[in-house]
Design a protein around this ligand. Structure first.
Ligand code: SF4
Length: 235
């Protein structure tokens, strides 16, 4: 019996992982400056195969739209903190219909801290960072996020390729895109937008920690009246 050619191929999940040093990712990141995000995503898919995840907040489906255009089965991860706006959950449902997503929903442990009793840092650590970390450490060598330098001054130097604190490769394909490039792509491709954006929310997280903000300072509505600017996912 002759096996089809595909039967002799090594399954993607069994590929031997290449270890990346900081020097590797710095060089890679610099080489991607000015490239279209889909070139970056294409490299990530080729390099990491099934051990690549995309973390999505569903403020919009920009990164998802770009990624599924490269690889329709890319794993999309949504962290269901238990505190999302109904509009965000509705955007997840719309995206499922539109893209037939390979979606993994991560949830905090039943004993997870919450902001009312434990404060926002502990709550984010327990409800966002820990579930993603558990998933990535077990299943991924690399992950992608929609982080952009335009988001806030604290993100102004975000690289396109980085190493996170766990030693996983973190890829920000949109890092170099300006707000006008984002708008142009969204309009041209009818990208899904969380309805809260039209109500003045340019950045959308959990409802207790998100308020409307000026478009010129999109993350100003997150953790208002506190020094906190990030949930910890991008540390
Ligand atoms: S954004 Fe607020 S509610 Fe959501 S995990 Fe962080 S502290 Fe908790």
């Amino acid at each position: 019996m002759t096996l089809p050619d595909a039967a002799y191929e090594t399954p993607v999940a069994l590929r031997t992982g290449r270890r990346f040093t900081m020097a590797d990712v710095v060089a890679m990141s610099e080489s991607f400056e000015g490239c279209h995000p889909q070139e970056v995503i294409g490299w990530a898919v080729e390099e990491f195969g099934a051990r690549l995840s995309l973390s999505a907040s569903f403020a919009d489906t920009l990164l998802i739209d770009l990624a599924v255009g490269v690889h329709p089965d890319v794993e999309v991860v949504f962290i269901d903190t238990g505190f999302h706006f109904a509009e965000t959950l509705a955007t997840v449902r719309r995206a499922m219909v539109r893209y037939s997503l390979n979606l993994t929903v991560l949830r905090p442990l039943p004993t997870a801290a919450d902001l009312w009793a434990h404060g926002t840092d502990t709550c984010c650590g327990s409800r966002k960072v820990a579930p993603l970390e558990r998933h990535l450490v077990a299943n991924a060598d690399a992950w992608m996020s929609g982080l952009r330098r335009d988001d806030s001054p604290t993100r102004a130097n975000a690289p396109i390729v980085d190493l996170d604190l766990r030693g996983l490769v973190k890829i920000n394909p949109l890092a170099g895109w300006s707000s006008s490039e984002v708008k142009q792509y969204i309009l041209a491709n009818d990208v899904l937008i969380n309805p809260l954006a039209a109500d003045g929310y340019p950045s959308i997280g959990c409802w207790p920690c998100t308020e409307p903000a000026e478009a010129s300072d999109p993350r100003a509505g997150r953790w208002v009246d506190s020094q906190k600017t990030e949930c910890g996912l991008h540390s």
